[in-house]
Design a protein around this ligand. Structure first.
Ligand SMILES: [Zn+2]
Length: 120
């Protein structure tokens, strides 16, 4: 068992991806937290933050920017709803999964492209 540094839950070692640099050969974050981070990364790199922030402000009148930032940095559902052009209430777990999968594909495509460009 190992405690995830992100969600703080004790999980089986199989719930952690292998890492070459980790002391125990595993990442400090569990798989689901790890994936969430990847989604966050994909979200961060594939969307115009300013445009998203503007849209978010219109959809959340009176809410402060830091809520957007919190939502944004967590790669959170409300950001994904934003990316889909729907409101949080319209966001279903299926849509969330779909978008996450799409973002993961996007990330992998980018990675592959980079590798091809590097001649690997
Ligand atoms: Zn975790």
């Amino acid at each position: 068992m190992k405690r995830c540094k992100d969600c703080g839950k004790e999980k089986e070692l199989s719930e952690f991806y292998n890492s070459k640099s980790g002391r125990d050969g595993k990442y400090a974050f569990c798989k689901s937290c790890h994936n969430a981070r990847n989604v966050q990364y994909a979200v961060n790199s594939s969307f115009d933050k300013k445009a998203a922030e503007k849209k978010w402000k219109m959809e959340h009148p009176g809410r402060q920017k830091r809520y957007f930032t919190k939502c944004y940095t967590q790669g959170a559902p409300c950001f994904i709803a934003n990316a889909l052009g729907i409101t949080m209430t319209q966001l279903t777990p299926e849509l969330l999964e779909l978008k996450r999968a799409q973002l993961e594909m996007l990330r992998l495509t980018r990675q592959l492209k980079k590798e091809i460009q590097n001649g690997n």
